[in-house]
Design a protein around this ligand. Structure first.
Ligand SMILES: Nc1ncnc2c1ncn2[C@@H]1O[C@H](COP(=O)(O)OP(=O)(O)OP(=O)(O)O)[C@@H](O)[C@H]1O
Length: 205
């Protein structure tokens, strides 16, 4: 994976009547991750949605490498995996079917074996063929997170990825993020917890 960076210059975000942040600058390069922190309602999710190209900032630019993310969105979205904190699964389908659909929509060719392995890594052995509405909140979250193993995205943008996870799953996800960073990946995430993964910087909104 060659070195890449996401650079943000003079970003301003307005939602409704409120200006959430102004003139935000940040940069994150291969082998680094950012922890976006701040109180409820400060604008963390709004920032991540802008960084993922899902909404536009009032002012400012976002460069992936040398190019604005809005110039070639399909290329950017091939390099990016965004997991929103309100992302949900199709409740009447199984965990396996949910991942099959998600990877097909992402345009990624994965084998049934790889899908099963990703579910097993997230501790869902024996739960692969249950309709998702029979899973607990934390197990549903684990199914969503299994996508991280199936997409070889360079940039992970994760909104509250540790929510609803038990101690083991927190450890599993921390290890996965650490591996991604060690392999020259990039991650930007929000969390109200303290996270100890090497290569990280805190951005306080
Ligand atoms: N489309 C919108 N129209 C009006 N206000 C909005 C819109 N989207 C978000 N907001 C407001 O912007 C503020 C920031 O919301 P955001 O979800 O980014 O906060 P957050 O920092 O992620 O909070 P939390 O820690 O609670 O998840 C909130 O006050 C929210 O109500």
């Amino acid at each position: 994976m060659h070195s890449l960076s996401l650079s943000v210059r003079s970003l301003t975000c307005v939602r409704g009547e409120r200006t959430l942040f102004t003139n935000l600058d940040l940069q994150v390069t291969s082998g680094e991750w950012l922890h976006i922190r701040g109180e409820n309602g400060i604008g963390k999710t709004s920032l991540l949605r802008i960084l993922a190209g899902l909404s536009k900032p009032a002012t400012g630019e976002i460069l992936w490498g040398n190019q604005s993310i809005f110039e070639d969105p399909s290329q950017y979205h091939r390099d990016l995996l965004f997991l929103g904190h309100r992302d949900s699964l199709k409740e009447d389908l199984t965990a396996f079917e949910n991942l099959s659909i998600a990877t097909a929509l992402d345009g990624v060719a994965v084998s049934d074996k790889e899908i099963l392995q990703s579910l097993h890594r997230f501790g869902l052995r024996g739960r692969e063929e249950l309709p998702v509405n029979c899973l607990s909140a934390g197990q549903k979250r684990r199914v969503l997170l299994a996508r991280l193993l199936l997409r070889k995205a360079k940039l992970w943008i994760l909104d509250e990825p540790f929510n609803a996870l038990d101690v083991n799953a927190v450890e599993m996800l921390s290890k996965l993020i650490a591996e991604h960073i060690a392999n020259d990946g990039i991650a930007i995430l929000t969390s109200h917890q303290t996270i100890s993964i090497a290569g990280g910087r805190v951005v306080q909104l």
